[in-house]
Design a protein around this ligand. Structure first.
Ligand code: 4NP
Length: 151
């Protein structure tokens, strides 16, 4: 059975689509199934933010075909690991849980990867440099997380 990992942010248009693309690139083997979602439903069905698409493309990753979706209760059973970007995402994801087993699947990505800073900042209201920073941070944390959790 593949290990199923869900990357989660607020809108599922900036950070978690990038995290999904990076995780897919780092796990080309069949041992992983990667997806992403947002805690909010503002952008359901939308493609990733053009600035995330651009920084991914610059690094050889195509995320343009992704579509935003909202995190749902079923995800808490379907996935083995739910990796969130910031403490607000953590609080919102934990609030959906109805069992301890579900709660134990949820972690702050950077904290679980053992890197600083603890949170991946929201680049939405910033400029392209913010997206480049988030890309680099996510590449680092996703690599470290996979090293630590390779099954
Ligand atoms: P994300 O960024 O959570 O990394 O996808 C955001 C996208 C949209 C909004 C906030 C954050 N928004 O307020 O619409």
């Amino acid at each position: 059975m593949p290990t199923k990992v869900l990357m989660v942010c607020l809108g599922n248009i900036c950070r978690s689509p990038l995290a999904e693309g990076i995780m897919r690139q780092l796990t080309t083997d069949l041992a992983y199934k990667i997806d992403s979602a947002g805690t909010a439903n503002y952008h359901t069905g939308a493609a990733p933010d053009p600035r995330s698409v651009a920084i991914a493309a610059k690094n050889g990753i195509d995320i343009s075909q992704q579509h935003a979706r909202q995190l749902k209760h079923q995800d808490l059973d379907d996935f083995d690991h739910i990796l969130v970007m910031d403490k607000q995402n953590l609080q919102d994801a934990l609030a959906l849980c109805t069992s301890e087993k579900q709660r134990q699947k949820i972690a702050l990505l950077n904290q679980a990867a053992g890197i600083k800073p603890e949170e991946v900042p929201d680049p939405y209201y910033g400029d392209q440099d913010g997206f480049a920073y988030v890309y680099t941070l996510l590449y680092h944390s996703c690599s470290k997380w996979l090293e630590a959790h390779h099954e």
